[in-house]
Design a protein around this ligand. Structure first.
Ligand SMILES: O=C(O)CCC(=O)C(=O)O
Length: 284
């Protein structure tokens, strides 16, 4: 993989964001976002334990998709206070993925406001993500091809990104939004996954207080280098082709995939993983 460091800026005006990053669809890290958010002094794991400790949270680990799973179905659940204690105590694979802040802990919305980057951010879907040391997401892109602003709190996180133009090198699994789950993007085995050598992407280590902008449909792999959490704000896809792809994914693809899991069972999953390898290796 050829990974270049994501451009970092201290702050960014609306005008520069639109012309230098949104229009060309290039990722950027804003190191000192000036939103005047109380969250920046208040939010840490201890605070989350105080405000959301009683909630039961859905957890994901790194087990591969099984045919009995629904689309994006959690693997376990735990009381938030126990989960945060676990994060602090030892490395854990368990992550919280796509946890809707407004729905789950409305009080948290007083700690941030929707920023004006010059594009319309959706107000109702701020999502939280938590992870323990060394936990990671699979390489995936978001189903809705959103532009994503990913605000990081506490700890450090390795982020590896690819644009959709790299799909042919990434062992993309058909009828899904993930790449082959056997790949370790933080230390790829090129003998097993030779096409990855041609993939051109970006990386950064995101720290407390920083914001990562991920353009539409960007693949992302996140590895928590220490326990921490982030909040993502999103827009609808702006590019009409991406908008159509998002509609296809949401209204057809994911339902078709769940239907096929029911009909064909594990064979369907195995077949898709094999296709991911065949489709990509044919471009070598
Ligand atoms: O950092 C994470 O745990 C996942 C983030 C993510 O997938 C997203 O913001 O869309």
């Amino acid at each position: 993989m050829h990974l270049i460091e994501i451009t970092r800026v201290k702050t960014l005006t609306k005008k520069d964001f639109i012309s230098q990053y949104f229009k060309p669809q290039k990722p950027v890290v804003i190191e000192a976002f000036e939103g005047g958010w109380p969250a920046h002094s208040k939010w840490n794991l201890e605070y989350m334990k105080q405000v959301a400790g009683d909630k039961i949270v859905p957890l994901y680990d790194d087990r591969p998709v099984h045919h009995n799973d629904g689309f994006n179905e959690p693997h376990a659940e735990m009381k938030m206070s126990d989960y945060i204690d676990l994060l602090k105590k030892e490395p854990t694979k368990f992550r919280i993925f796509l946890w809707n802040v407004l729905k789950e802990v409305p009080a948290l919305q007083n700690d941030f406001s929707i920023p004006d980057f010059g594009i319309r951010i959706l107000r109702k879907v701020p999502m939280l993500f938590f992870g323990g040391k060394n936990s990671h997401t699979f390489m995936h892109h978001d189903i809705d091809f959103a532009n994503i602003f990913h605000f990081h709190f506490e700890g450090e996180k390795l982020c590896i990104l690819f644009s959709q133009s790299e799909n042919k090198h990434l062992y993309k699994v058909p009828y899904s939004i993930i790449t082959h789950e056997g790949i370790d993007f933080s230390n790829p085995d090129y003998e097993k996954w030779p096409a990855l050598q041609k993939a051109k992407g970006y990386s950064t280590q995101l720290k407390n207080g920083e914001v990562l902008y991920m353009p539409e449909g960007y693949w992302h792999y996140m590895k928590y280098l220490s326990p921490g959490f982030s909040m993502s704000l999103r827009t609808l896809a702006n590019n009409p082709t991406n908008f159509l792809k998002a509609a296809y994914n949401i209204f057809l693809m994911r339902h078709f995939d769940v239907f096929m899991r029911k009909i064909k069972g594990q064979k369907w999953i195995d077949q898709k993983n094999l296709k991911a390898i065949q489709n990509t290796n044919q471009n070598l």
